[in-house]
Design a protein around this ligand. Sequence first.
Ligand code: NDP
Length: 459
Amino acid sequence: MKTFDVDLFVIGAGSGGVRAARVAASHGARVAIAERSRVGGTCVVRGCVPKKLFVYASRVNQVLSDAAAFGWQLGESRFDWPTLLGNKNVEIARLEGLYRSGLAQAGVALVEGHATIDGPNTILIRGTLERIRAKRILVATGGSPNRDLDIPGIGYAIDSNDVFELGNLPPRALIIGGGYIAIEFAGLLHGLGVKTSLVHRGAKLLRGFDSDIQIELERAYRRRGIDLRLAETVSRIDRADDVLRVALSSGLCVDVEAVILAAGRRPNTRDLGLEAIGVKLGSTGAIIVDATGQSSVPWLYAVGDVTNRVNLTPVAIREGQAFADRVFGKEHSRFNYRNIPTAIFSTPEVAVVGMSESEARLLCPELEIFRSSFTSLTSAMNPGTPRVNIKLLVDRTNDRVLGAQAIGEGAAEMIQLIAVALSAGVTKHDFDRTVALHPTIAEEWTTMHVSEKYSSTSV
Ligand code: NDP
């Protein structure tokens, strides 16, 4: 008879892995989790959390420039990068401590080291050479920056992970990419005083997002003074002392102290022993799983970015929870991927939930679109501050809200709550009968009356 040391061995103590481990343990499973780096994973250590702290730091710049209009006369101000970095490190260490104590309290054994799969149901810890037999193995190793760009001199480029540890803030930086990370880092670095260029191969930022969002974001970034170079690529990077000379496809050269690669992320499936056990991987190396997280090898499961489905922390957490409940608990829930809200912490901020306008036009034969563009009170006395733009997409046949988008102050906070309403099947009438809370930015969602109507049957 087979005997196992643990019921579940999780590889990777990031958001998805930690949630799965703790929930499985709460259902009575014997659980161990391996982490080769810091507990907390990308989101806590080198992603969402430190990024948002940097975004807040970068927005102080705007508050300082708004201050005079509100009657404040401020003295000379100066930004100190080492102070921000140090305080960020203290906060991340605190969160890592919480993750560690959460695992310990749940009775999950933490193994610090690189785990590989060394045959059926077997884990090998590199270094200690400890072997652990596990009834089930969950891979939750996340992803890492794609550095696979065929550009001479690309080795000089750093990635988002490196920015979180930079000893000095570069005076000038050039970012490659036009997605989440490129846009967030361009916004925050510019706000911290870095002369920032962004080079993107596409003609529009944020491929796949609503076109109004793409247009407004581009306009706002250009107005802020961020050097956007769209429909351009980097041809080569040369180094002369501390300066990197970046040659672009247009023939132009840009001199900077840092080139930051933000050209997508790749699933971390290398060096885990997956090929040897015959797990099916996708073209980018992602573990292919079914709706329950099970891979082509029945005792091996995967959640989070390593599966390259919806690469967002809250999704990895939900996937980890659903896996643990289903396999070790009594519940047989499945995570519903509809109406996942997402935000880009640019300045101005972008947030969306549900369908974009182009999706809705394609899928909804009778569509009604409500738009509103307004100045928030924070910026009312500061001409030039970006307006807030919001949009609701409504199915005219049943009044159901299909999607909501916002760009501007408070976008992410508003869309999180609108996502609750969308999950509950909210109608436009529900928005209309809700009393406004005045004066707020969010009240505008309850007073949207002017619309454009589209009918695919009438064209
Ligand atoms: P994205 O997929 O958002 O963007 C990648 C960008 O790199 C795109 O603009 C893409 O262009 C470009 N690109 C890809 N390959 C190349 C190449 N060979 N040469 C030049 N450009 C290239 O990835 P990110 O790295 O920005 O973020 C990774 C993931 O992390 C995202 O999927 C997101 O879900 C998550 N994330 C979420 C955040 C949040 O919730 N706020 C914050 C940060 C990350 P093109 O569009 O033409 O393909």
